[in-house]
Design a protein around this ligand. Structure first.
Ligand SMILES: Cc1cc2nc3c(=O)[nH]c(=O)nc-3n(C[C@H](O)[C@H](O)[C@H](O)COP(=O)(O)OP(=O)(O)OC[C@H]3O[C@@H](n4cnc5c(N)ncnc54)[C@H](O)[C@@H]3O)c2cc1C
Length: 605
């Protein structure tokens, strides 16, 4: 499935646009925690990669992560260890997680936390000076390390500062629009500078996609504006790599419900899980603490999919608020406690005129995270295309059918370090690209880049009637309605039909403001978004069971025969889907699973 469904027109005979050429031993596409941690490992092993991002350095989506990062440090609960962390991850992922990914992250996370702390992340401390840890949903012990409720920002600042100390080169505001691949090997990437509109051809025998997830395809989502638009999976799929489990999209139970007087952008934004971790309670409009009905033991701290569907059911059955939400209340805690443990939430709501120490917040589910993504070997980040790697939210495997809160930040640093290490090992000291010498671009690849630049010029000149933002919104509505919290065959089929209709409107785009404008960026994003939207709809229709975040009302039960992964590949006639068996957890982890550790909810009272 090509990612640029917008046909270039009117460029026949036109001169090839000018472009800059940049050569690097490793191109890291993405400057969130995953990309930067990969780059640090490379630099510490003598390889200087080039890191690029489509935003300013230090402003990746990672900065939005709030509540914390998991590692079995056992600061407060010494019984915790990596096997129990792995067991919790499998249980939450409904046993379709990649066992290698789970074990590597659970084993590697404690060392990565200590290192981040040394690099200046500044994790909160206990009175006796240990790294403090809080409860997060569906975890057996207090395992989530945090920096107030600005953990992602603190981690990324520490990583970026360390990368700078190591002299890792970085380019701000560059958007990759296509990888240069012959289907078997990647040779670099084509893109444009969003500040001056200039085209750039990156020559590199190794490209690491760390470009984030695809939750922002949904109209109600928690992502930073214009991030998480599926660029990584779409670029990888176009280059010939496979996607895995695209149907697994996490809907967070607690997204803000905007009041009329607030900016619409607030709708769907995350109310961190830390509110529930710190004792927040959910009430419907009748004042009932409704989780007693759905999960009497785990209550508000049950898995995200369980809590999200419980809230959705309360709303659907008429027990929601007038604006279509329920209440999340932390006001039984002291003001000082709330200010200290949830400073961002406290300030945000105070700015909007809501004192959360006195009154509840209004919330409803919202698209939050993509468990699916590029199919990789987690030990190395390798995809099925030589030279192409993926890491972080762009990739898939660790989380299975649902993500344990706090595990995605852990994944970025735990696997980022391994991917960087693997790459460094594969690069020979005599590699000519190490000192920035141009790599010999094989025949056809330069022509492919030039075709891409010509297509982008044509896109810039698109003069139809449809604003790109209009199509982005229509796609978001379509996915929310057809591939949201509750799905069925009929809706998914209708969704695919509607997607085709929308795709037809791509030929009628109108791009105003030139190559540095928002329209152009949205138009480029649309190519990624359509490819990934189709992958979600097709994979969700293919998996005829309910598992974790994927709930089919026509197949409401988990089916043992479906304890498999769904692999999606680009075929000659579109997307091909097949199943793949999942691996078995190691004996140590199986023992932890058999022990059946579980959070004692009453710890929190
Ligand atoms: C509101 C919110 C709160 C969260 N809280 C937590 C939490 O408490 N704990 C936890 O573990 N997880 C949390 N998460 C999830 C976590 O933030 C992400 O999964 C994680 O930060 C992903 O990091 P990443 O490095 O993989 O990607 P990102 O941080 O998304 O970075 C992607 C990078 O790729 C770049 N990029 C994308 N496309 C292109 C392109 N085409 N060309 C060039 N560059 C490109 C972007 O500019 C960016 O630099 C939260 C998520 C949200 C939305």
């Amino acid at each position: 499935m090509p990612i640029t469904p917008i046909e270039p027109s009117g460029t026949d005979g036109a001169a090839t646009p000018d472009y800059q050429e940049v050569s690097t031993p490793v191109l890291v596409v993405g400057a969130g925690a995953a990309g930067v941690r990969t780059a640090i490992e490379l630099a510490e092993n003598g390889v200087k990669p080039l890191v690029i991002g489509k935003r300013a350095h230090g402003d990746a989506h990672t900065t939005w992560a709030a509540g914390g990062i998991n590692a079995a440090l056992g600061s407060l609960d010494p019984e915790d260890d990596w096997t129990i962390h792995a067991a919790d991850t499998f249980r939450e992922g409904h046993f379709v997680n990649d066992p290698d990914a789970v074990e590597l992250v659970a084993r590697n996370a404690p060392a990565r936390i200590l290192e981040l702390d040394e690099w200046g992340a500044g994790f909160d401390r206990t009175d006796d000076g240990k790294i403090n840890q809080r409860y997060f949903g569906a975890q057996s012990f207090r395992r989530t390390c945090f920096v107030g409720d600005r953990t992602g920002e603190a981690i990324l600042s520490a990583l970026v500062a360390h990368a700078r100390e190591l002299g890792v080169p970085y380019r701000d505001d560059v958007m990759i629009t296509r990888l240069l691949s012959d289907g078997r090997r990647v040779h670099g990437a084509a893109g444009y500078d969003m500040d001056d509109g200039g085209f750039v051809l990156f020559e590199s025998p190794r490209v690491v996609l760390a470009a984030g997830g695809y939750a922002a395809l949904y109209n109600r989502h928690t992502s930073e504006a214009d991030e998480n638009t599926g660029d990584g999976p779409a670029l990888a799929c176009d280059a010939g790599a496979n996607l895995l489990d695209a149907e697994f999209v996490q809907f967070h139970p607690t997204g803000m419900v905007a009041r009329e007087e607030w900016d619409d952008d607030w709708d769907g934004q995350l109310v961190t899980e830390a509110v529930r971790g710190e004792g927040g309670r959910l009430y419907n409009a009748r004042g009932e603490r409704f989780m007693e009905r759905y999960s009497p033991t785990r209550m508000e701290l049950d898995a995200r999919d369980v809590v999200a569907r419980s809230i959705a059911r309360e709303i659907r059955e008429g027990r929601g608020t007038e604006r279509g939400g329920v209440h999340l209340d932390i006001s039984h805690r002291d003001r000082a406690f709330i200010e200290e443990r949830l400073p961002r939430m406290y300030e945000r709501f105070a700015d909007l005129g809501v004192d959360i120490a006195e009154e509840p917040m209004e919330i409803a589910p919202t698209a939050h995270y993509s468990m699916g993504g590029v199919d990789v070997d987690p030990r190395t980040g390798r995809t099925s295309v030589d030279g192409l790697y993926a890491v972080g939210e762009t990739s898939s495997g660790l989380h299975g059918a649902n993500r344990l809160g706090g595990n995605s930040l852990a994944e970025t640093v735990a696997l980022g370090q391994l991917v960087g290490d693997h790459l460094a090992e594969t690069i020979d000291e005599a590699d000519p690209t190490l000192d920035g010498a141009e790599s010999a671009l094989p025949d056809g690849m330069r022509a492919a880049a030039e075709r891409e630049f010509e297509a982008l010029v044509a896109l810039e000149g698109a003069d139809g009637d449809t604003a790109p933002a209009e199509l982005v919104a229509a796609l978001g509505d379509l996915l929310w309605e057809r591939a949201g919290l509750l799905r069925d065959a009929e809706g998914l089929e209708a969704g695919l039909g509607a997607l085709d209709d929308l795709r037809g409107r791509l030929s009628d785009l109108r791009v105003e403001g030139g190559r540095t404008g928002r329209d152009f960026e949205f138009a480029v994003d649309l190519a990624f978004m359509f490819a990934v939207a189709e992958a979600i709809l097709r994979s969700a229709a293919f998996r005829t069971e309910s598992r974790g975040a994927h709930f089919r009302t026509d197949f409401p039960d988990e089916d043992d025969d479906w304890r498999v992964n769904v692999v999606l590949a680009r075929g000659d006639d579109g997307m091909d889907l097949r199943t793949r068996p999942v691996g078995t957890p190691s004996e140590e982890v199986r023992e932890a699973l058999d022990e059946g550790y579980e959070l004692d909810y009453h710890h929190l009272e």
